[in-house]
Write a protein that binds this ligand. Structure first.
Ligand SMILES: NC(=O)c1ccc[n+]([C@@H]2O[C@H](COP(=O)([O-])OP(=O)(O)OC[C@H]3O[C@@H](n4cnc5c(N)ncnc54)[C@H](OP(=O)(O)O)[C@@H]3O)[C@@H](O)[C@H]2O)c1
Length: 332
């Protein structure tokens, strides 16, 4: 008989996450009650926001409690259903957590088409990260053809979509990423116009060369010194979509915003956003992105860890930049 395996939060990290912050437990298969369904997860998404949920600092979402299953999106298959909206064999994306099987009431789940694109893509390019790129770029930055769009963490799940959407808008797309391999991928595979390796040591000069007309739209995934460099190149009346600050998620003290003067003198519109606030855009974004992936207009890469027990190490690796594209865990 199948058993469930779960990754639970064992303790809250101070500074960098450690594998010891997680506990892996086996438990009997859960039984769906009236109106519920049992989902067998196939792929688990590992995302930077999970670092925030491990902490009890005040944020936009409730923290995971010690002993609870780690939160996370997964794509899975319905194996048993007491809910007329779902049938065994349906493929779903939902908040099923870091575990092999989940019972769900159907809230927050979305049926996906495994024939259109591989189901794992619904966790990345055609899922929450893709919708994040769409919301931040098209709703908040609203780039016009000919403008320069710069995105940090450019080879990652969100950043890789931002740059490709910018190209579809007729913009100059410039990435910032860590290392030559990632920068080569962004330019040669994804079609960005340029990419700056922030680890190469000449960030300001390299960004000036890559964005000679300055920055009209900056999509911020990182914070820290990368943000300082981008803010130094902002044009008057430019827009910043403040999506993430991964450079400081594992710091005990925030890095802060050193170039705030640039916001003032350039009359910059800086807008923080959380993708889940725009459910109205979500379905439209992921539906269109899945079609563009199927047509080859948007490309993506996945870094895959094998098996749920590999999730803690893969999560820590992703926070340190070991992933190229979307970080996933293959569960079966
Ligand atoms: N606002 C929202 O609703 C929302 C939704 C989804 C994601 N996000 C945010 O978007 C950002 C990207 O998420 P993702 O899922 O696409 O992750 P990702 O880019 O696929 O993976 C994280 C990447 O961050 C980069 N990174 C880590 N530490 C860094 C540092 N100190 N300086 C510069 N880069 C660093 C690494 O790339 P390099 O090797 O290039 O450094 C790493 O590969 C995160 O900040 C996340 O929190 C926000």
């Amino acid at each position: 008989m199948a058993t469930n395996v779960q990754v639970q939060l064992a303790s809250r990290p101070t500074g960098w996450v450690q594998e010891s912050n997680f506990r892996i437990v086996e438990s009997p298969l859960p039984k769906p009650g009236p109106g519920q369904l049992l989902v067998k997860s196939l792929w688990l998404s590992l995302d930077p926001y999970m670092r925030g949920r491990m902490s009890d600092a005040k944020s936009y979402a409730t923290p995971v409690q010690i002993g609870d299953v780690m939160v996370g999106g997964a794509v899975g298959e319905v194996v048993e259903s007491n809910n007329p909206k779902f049938t065994p064999g349906d493929h779903l994306v939902g908040p099923f957590g870091w575990q092999l099987y989940a019972v769900s009431g159907g809230d927050g789940v979305m049926k996906v088409d495994p024939k259109l694109v591989p189901v794992s893509a619904y966790l990345g390019v055609a899922g929450m990260p893709g919708a994040t790129a769409w919301t931040g770029l098209l709703e908040h930055c609203q780039p016009k053809a000919g403008e320069t769009v710069v995105v940090s963490a450019a080879s990652g799940a969100v950043g890789s979509v931002v740059g490709q959407l910018a190209k579809l808008q007729g913009c100059r797309a410039v990435g910032i990423a860590g290392g030559k391999t990632k920068c080569d991928y962004v330019v040669k595979q994804l079609g960005f116009d340029a990419c700056v390796d922030y680890k190469a040591g000449n960030l300001d000069d390299a960004l000036k060369a890559a964005a000679p007309d300055g920055i009209d739209c900056y999509f911020e995934n990182v914070g820290g010194e990368v943000m300082d460099a981008a803010f130094r190149r902002l044009n008057p009346f430019s827009r910043v979509a403040l999506c993430g600050l991964i450079a400081e998620y594992n710091l005990t003290e925030p890095y802060g915003m050193k170039m705030i003067r640039s916001v003032l003198v350039n009359r910059v519109n800086v807008r923080g956003f959380i993708v889940s606030d725009r459910q109205d855009l979500y379905v439209r974004a992921v539906t269109q992105l899945a079609k563009w992936v199927a047509q080859g207009k948007i490309k993506y890469n996945e870094t895959v860890a094998e098996g749920l027990r590999a999730a803690p190490a893969a999560f820590i690796g992703m926070l340190k930049g070991a992933n190229l594209g979307k970080q996933l865990v293959k569960l079966t």
